[in-house]
Design a protein around this ligand. Structure first.
Ligand SMILES: *[C@@H]1O[C@H](CO)[C@@H](O)[C@H](O)[C@H]1NC(C)=O
Ligand SMILES: *[C@@H]1O[C@H](CO)[C@@H](O)[C@H](O)[C@H]1NC(C)=O
Ligand SMILES: *[C@@H]1O[C@H](CO)[C@@H](O)[C@H](O)[C@H]1NC(C)=O
Ligand SMILES: *[C@@H]1O[C@H](CO)[C@@H](O)[C@H](O)[C@H]1NC(C)=O
Ligand SMILES: *[C@@H]1O[C@H](CO)[C@@H](O)[C@H](O)[C@H]1NC(C)=O
Ligand SMILES: *[C@@H]1O[C@H](CO)[C@@H](O)[C@H](O)[C@H]1NC(C)=O
Ligand SMILES: *[C@@H]1O[C@H](CO)[C@@H](O)[C@H](O)[C@H]1NC(C)=O
Length: 650
């Protein structure tokens, strides 16, 4: 209840804020501060009762286009003007021309509305730069198709008529959303002839600037963003009710969505049928952080159309992300960077490839329409991080409409390795946390315990560092926990389970689960006779031939060090240890268990390949979830095998 209320409250807050922005600064878009559609009337010549004008509609919006079925331009005459003739467009209504006897005007309406001609219009109806079916491309994508012109011959004026401008321009593109300013006199349009040596100009130029407001066009948002990453299995879906709430009837697959700008004029089309989702957005942009390489990272971008009755041609998607300051390769979309003023992040614009995916098709009963690409970005090592959602987008627009972003507290987070390893086992064996700790006061070590079958099981997790709050990895913590646990619990057998790096040269693959035969250190170099052997600290694991036979695990030697990376000296020691796998705790556990004469076995699952070509820390995070599942399965099998047996039967 509380969460619904706070969500509603947020919605209300945002609406108030943005409406206020609209009334103060004409719906200023910080990513496209100069965007507008400018309508220009160039008077080419005066006639006995009026003038001939060329009307140009220029779309200066970087990433907002005028889509099918195209623009409709209207205005109101201030005198008794009629349009004698027209080329490159036509007036939708002729109006009452009964006052004219010899020559019949094209339109006598007081408030005519003009429509563009189709590209296949007859030559006698055409004018220069005309006939684009009302479609204006976005300025940043295709400036050559971002404008359209037509010519009108205006007449039926008397006296000193040269200053009678049309008034109250209206622009539907194709639905509502645009508000046009007053028609003002400006410097006459100039163009050059004779190879730039002579300039010619029109008699007079009138201009009106039309700006877009999403809140006039749509009552509700129309687009939302969902997120996922390789390092966390959680998918962050679009915020619930981003674009409206679905009806109570959850069983339906299709919903009616109100207030979406509609292309047709019939009343039914004011309702759009979309797939029923929890977000109810007709459009969804999904950002998946897919891979992390040494110098690059890769994103998969998918745009889904949940409409049952609307295709989007020449769609575009804008993404604000600091990562675009580095070079990026986009595989299946066209793209460009937009200039940004007063922004530290870069802004990239994506659109479909012609004849391939520039049409985002409607959904059908089986699936939504979608287009997708992968983007390979170079890393700026100073900025790049997997933490704090840095790899996730800051802002996304579809066709210039803001897409609702999930809140940062729902972003997929970097997992916490030790907890990811321990918790599934805790659940599996139905253990409970020990609140009257058997350990000294103040230590972060956590003990889960319980009875599983005939076994008394304790899982000890070293917990979080009390100073820095990160997992207490490494040998110091491992040896202390092992010592304290043996003292407190007197176990018959210790299983050191965890993840490890593997060497592919020795036959390790990601997801392999190893039973270690020998355990040694690789970062305790003491080059003095006998001390060198003490440093290596080689110990044998408790021998369990029957577990090996029964469970079909791999066997290898384990080498332990306190660093996640591997220096050349470490590498030499690891080679000398003949190790197949490498971890950060094993040899410390082996030292203590050997000291206190408690049998110990070591079950280690490979999350990353040390001698591969990917950076270890990144690969580790990428594979953690899947490999943990393999580890848990192996540990469960070992525990099931132990049940009802004595040590000598292992
Ligand atoms: C309309 O856009 C153009 C191009 O960005 C810009 O030069 C012009 O100043 C804008 N007009 C208004 C009134 O903002
Ligand atoms: C233009 O609109 C304004 C405000 O609606 C109105 O007062 C004015 O009469 C209109 N002008 C013409 C020529 O219709
Ligand atoms: C058409 O305009 C004339 C005057 O120009 C007027 O007498 C006539 O009633 C109008 N017809 C209609 C149908 O409005
Ligand atoms: C095209 O021009 C012809 C005559 O030149 C005219 O009859 C026709 O109405 C025009 N069509 C349009 C769509 O303007
Ligand atoms: C016609 O109108 C313009 C501006 O409205 C004015 O400057 C000019 O003097 C007028 N000409 C005559 C002959 O009235
Ligand atoms: C969308 O495109 C598909 C395939 O071209 C077509 O079958 C469908 O009728 C189109 N839908 C609309 C609303 O135009
Ligand atoms: C990418 O966009 C540019 C500019 O609109 C265009 O010239 C080019 O042909 C497009 N490339 C493809 C493959 O569609």
């Amino acid at each position: 209840m509380e969460s619904i209320l706070s969500r509603l409250w947020r919605f209300a807050l945002r609406l108030i804020f943005l409406l206020a922005m609209c009334s103060f600064s004409d719906c200023y878009d910080p990513l496209d501060p100069n965007g507008n559609i400018t309508v220009t009337f160039d008077i080419l010549q005066w006639t006995v009762d009026g003038y001939v004008a060329r009307v140009t509609i220029q779309n200066f919006y970087q990433y907002r286009h005028v889509d099918k079925p195209g623009w409709q331009l209207g205005w109101t005459w201030t005198r008794n003007e009629v349009i004698w003739s027209m080329s490159g467009a036509f007036a939708t209504q002729q109006g009452n021309c009964s006052a004219f006897k010899s020559q019949i005007p094209h339109s006598c309406k007081k408030d005519p509305v003009m429509l563009d001609l189709m590209p296949e219009a007859l030559p006698q109806n055409r004018s220069e730069d005309c006939c684009r079916g009302g479609i204006l491309a976005a300025w940043a994508i295709n400036p050559f198709n971002s404008f359209s012109s037509f010519e009108i011959t205006v007449g039926n004026l008397e006296g000193n008529y040269s200053a009678y401008k049309p008034a109250n321009l209206t622009l539907m593109a194709p639905g509502p959303g645009y508000t046009c300013g007053p028609v003002v006199d400006t410097d006459p349009t100039v163009w050059s002839v004779i190879g730039g040596k002579r300039e010619e100009q029109v008699f007079r130029t009138w201009k009106s600037t039309c700006t877009y407001s999403s809140y006039i066009a749509n009552k509700n948002p129309v687009c939302c963003v969902s997120l996922s990453t390789f390092y966390n299995p959680t998918i962050t879906s679009c915020p619930q009710c981003s674009c409206g709430c679905r009806t109570a009837d959850q069983s339906r697959t299709s919903c009616i969505r109100q207030d979406y700008p509609s292309s047709q004029t019939d009343s039914l089309s004011n309702f759009d049928r979309v797939q029923c989702t929890d977000h109810m957005c007709p459009l969804q942009v999904h950002w998946h952080v897919k891979n992390n390489y040494m110098d690059h990272w890769r994103v998969k971008l998918t745009i889904s159309n949940h409409n049952y009755g609307k295709n989007y041609s020449d769609w575009n998607v804008l993404v604000q992300h600091p990562g675009f300051s580095q070079s990026a390769t986009t595989y299946s979309f066209n793209s460009t960077l937009l200039p940004t003023v007063g922004f530290t992040d870069e802004v990239a614009l994506f659109w479909g490839l012609e004849y391939y995916n520039n049409e985002l098709l409607q959904a059908d009963e089986k699936q939504q329409g979608s287009v997708t690409t992968e983007i390979l970005l170079s890393k700026d090592s100073k900025a790049f991080t997997l933490r704090n959602g840095w790899t996730l987008p800051r802002r996304i627009y579809f066709n210039g409409e803001n897409c609702e972003m999930p809140l940062p507290d729902t972003f997929p987070m970097l997992p916490n390795a030790m907890q990811t390893e321990a918790l599934p086992l805790v659940n599996k064996f139905q253990l409970s946390e020990d609140h009257n700790s058997v350990f000294p006061k103040g230590v972060p070590w956590v003990r889960y315990h319980g009875i599983y079958k005939d076994l008394n099981i304790n899982i000890i997790w070293p917990g979080k560092d009390t100073v820095l709050g990160v997992d207490s990895v490494g040998t110091v913590s491992a040896s202390l926990v092992t010592y304290a646990s043996i003292q407190a619990l007197q176990p018959d057998l210790i299983i050191n389970a965890g993840t490890a790096g593997g060497f592919k040269a020795k036959g390790a693959c990601i997801g392999d689960v190893f039973l270690a035969s020998d355990i040694a250190f690789h970062d305790r170099r003491i080059p003095i006779p006998v001390f060198d052997l003490y440093g290596v600290g080689l110990r044998q694991a408790f021998s369990t031939p029957n577990i090996l036979k029964e469970l079909n695990l791999k066997v290898g030697k384990l080498s332990t060090g306190d660093s996640l990376d591997m220096s050349p000296q470490d590498e030499a020691s690891i080679t000398a240890n003949d190790a197949t796998i490498k971890d950060m705790e094993g040899a410390a556990v082996a030292y203590v268990t050997n000291l206190l004469k408690v049998p110990a076995i070591f079950v280690k699952a490979v999350t990353d390949i040390v001698d591969g070509d990917k950076p270890t820390s990144e690969e580790f995070l990428q594979n953690l979830a899947a490999v943990t599942a393999a580890l848990d399965q192996a540990v469960t099998q070992v525990v099931d095998f132990l049940n009802g047996k004595s040590l000598s039967e292992l």
